[in-house]
Design a binder for this molecule. Sequence first.
Ligand code: NDP
Length: 252
Amino acid sequence: HSKPLAGRVAVITGASSGIGESTAEHLAGLGATVVVLARRADRLRELVARIEKDGGRALALAVDVTDAAAVQAAADRVDAELGGADLLFNNAGVMLPAPVEERATGQWQQQIDLNIGGLMNVIGSFTPQLVTAAAERGVADLINTSSIAAQNIFPNFAVYSGTKAYVTHLSRHLRAELGPKNVRVSALEPGIVGTELQGHVTDEGARQWLDGARQTMEWLTPDDVAQAIGFIATQPPRVNFQQVTIMPTAQT
Ligand code: NDP
């Protein structure tokens, strides 16, 4: 089948750049109608225009996922206008490594509010649509973006890694809850991908660590990760990748 995701409605958070943006383009190319969520409306508009130019269908919703009411309003719109989502790529996140002794409490809170709180707002508002779609069509997908930081140990990444360990463990529990309802839950754990993520890092030591890593290995591209998401979502309904780690070959 040339369009394996035809008829499906995919909601993608963090779609205005990086992994989410590439995944939106890839899933649209596979035939899904994509709903792209992030805060930057201008970036989403350009993305939708690009997808439509390539013959795809897309809807932009400018939403801050830490705002539970705004997320619920977005979910209501997806339900009303597109009949609900059957694929959720819950991907918005921020990484702000720093030594714990710096007590960057604002950045701790920012990571917890988005990577955990925002992720949960999206799960809360869209899971009913996934369950309904799975009951009607036999399958739906909930893919949460975690990180290799959920597994490996990196100095100065304690808070970020903690939020991602939450995402991986939450995903395993949700899989036990929703798998029997035909919702496939996956945790995606990428190693380093070149995106805007690194640009938000303010701690000088962490910036130097990242610059060093950029010089010693070839990082993944957002499209590499998008291809993996496409692979996960196009499996037969009985096949669920529970946890997918995708690493730059040279990253240890
Ligand atoms: P980017 O910074 O390029 O993308 C982050 C996306 O999240 C943007 O679209 C941003 O859009 C959106 N976002 C940020 N805050 C909010 C908010 N409050 N509400 C809604 N959307 C928001 O980074 P990546 O593509 O790399 O990151 C995507 C995910 O991948 C993250 O969860 C990250 O932790 C994870 N990851 C990334 C890795 C990497 O090396 N790049 C490795 C492992 C995991 P906007 O500002 O317009 O709201």
